[in-house]
Design a protein around this ligand. Structure first.
Ligand SMILES: [Zn+2]
Length: 365
């Protein structure tokens, strides 16, 4: 079901993928049949790999090392992602203004879309566009609303021209900004919209709307998929997801960060590390809080059991997390070829080829 392309078997794999999911099955057809896994969190993963600077978090790597972005897309597909999402997160006018690269706005967007399209078409995965929080939305400032509209219009336009299968609008802390993103997708493209908002420490959006109310508004405004992404880990996102799933009729999306958030520190930006004087761990000290593979596998299985079909992982996700999520849904992506098998471990192995001189020493390890 989740077989993916190797360079040698592109055509064959594309055919296999089509037969498994219906010829050219788009997002809605795939959701009607089962889960759709969407790997996100490219920005954090590229930061860890040494190709992106934490702080501004703008993926300049798109122009500087396009081959690295392409390989990351391939790594996530290999691990089980059904989607190749263009890395246009934080490639908008405001972010490029902050880093002084406004002149690169259009080339960066078009290049990110071209890289994702190449991988998507070669692997039979869905090709998604992406728009996100602008960081300038201010309900009290009319000029900012106009600027947000312009940001969404140009990015949706480039995505539509690139031929995306659908567009993700993500990580909004203002419900009204998410509604503006949806309106832009409706106005400037003809493809489905997946709109997800982010919940920080407080359980409301910044204007005071609850997550449930916001998702209902998005559904009423025509979003095909609504839900939550980023900021909260599985433990503190799940209670909200249960309520959202009950409140809306459309498909629901759930893309937590893979961090052990708690009721006291429910968002990854609020996590503090007792080993570092209780300093804020975000963004580059989050390692001690990373969820295990089995936690992400459990999350995927539990969310799917609730009826949530659009599943992924946001900032902090590595390919190993996506593979675990896929395996939690009963899948066997190509990367599962290398999933752990401790039966052949030198000390803990149960295989009869393992030497007794080692297994006898197990209790002393
Ligand atoms: Zn995120």
């Amino acid at each position: 079901m989740t077989s993916r392309a190797t360079p040698k078997s592109k055509a064959k794999t594309r055919k296999a993928s089509c037969s498994a999911r219906g010829k050219g099955a788009g997002l809605m057809a795939r959701l009607a049949k089962g889960a759709v896994i969407c790997a996100e969190g490219y920005v954090f993963e590229l930061e860890r790999r040494g190709y992106l600077q934490a702080g501004a978090f703008v993926p300049e790597v798109i122009l500087e090392h396009p081959e690295v972005v392409e390989q990351l897309h391939r790594d996530f597909v290999h691990a089980g992602s059904d989607v190749t999402q263009a890395l246009t997160y934080y490639v908008h006018r405001e972010k490029l203004r902050v880093i002084g690269r406004e002149q690169d706005l259009e080339p960066m967007n078009r290049q990110a879309l071209a890289i994702a399209k190449k991988v998507a078409r070669e692997t039979g995965t869905l090709f998604a566009g992406d728009i996100c929080n602008t960081n300038i939305y201010d309900p009290a400032d009319r000029k900012s609303i106009k600027d947000v509209e312009a940001i969404f219009a140009e990015q949706v336009g480039w995505a539509a021209e690139a031929g995306v299968d659908y567009i993700v609008a993500e990580t909004y802390s203002w419900g009204a900004e998410a509604l503006m993103a949806l309106a832009a997708i409706r106005k400037y493209s003809k493809v489905p919209a997946v709109v997800t908002v982010s919940i920080h420490k407080e359980e409301t959006l910044r204007e005071g709307w609850t997550a449930i109310e916001t998702c209902k508004r998005l559904e009423d405004a025509g979003a095909e998929v609504v839900g939550l992404n980023c900021h909260r880990g599985p433990q503190t996102m799940m209670p909200l997801l249960k309520q959202i799933r009950k409140a809306v009729k459309c498909h629901v999306a759930a893309l937590p960060v893979p961090y052990r958030t708690t009721s006291k520190e429910p968002s990854f930006m609020s996590l503090t590390d007792p080993c570092c004087g209780n300093a804020r761990a975000f963004p580059v000290g989050l390692d001690p809080f990373v969820c295990t593979r089995s936690e992400m596998s459990d999350f995927g299985r539990d969310a799917f059991a609730l009826g949530i079909r659009y599943l992924g992982i946001c900032c902090g996700a590595g390919p190993h997390h996506i593979r675990a999520l896929a395996e939690g849904l009963g899948r066997h992506p190509p990367a599962s070829r290398y999933s752990a098998d401790m039966s052949r471990h030198a000390f803990f192995g149960t295989n009869k080829k393992i030497r007794k001189v080692q297994t006898d020493y197990r209790s002393r390890l």
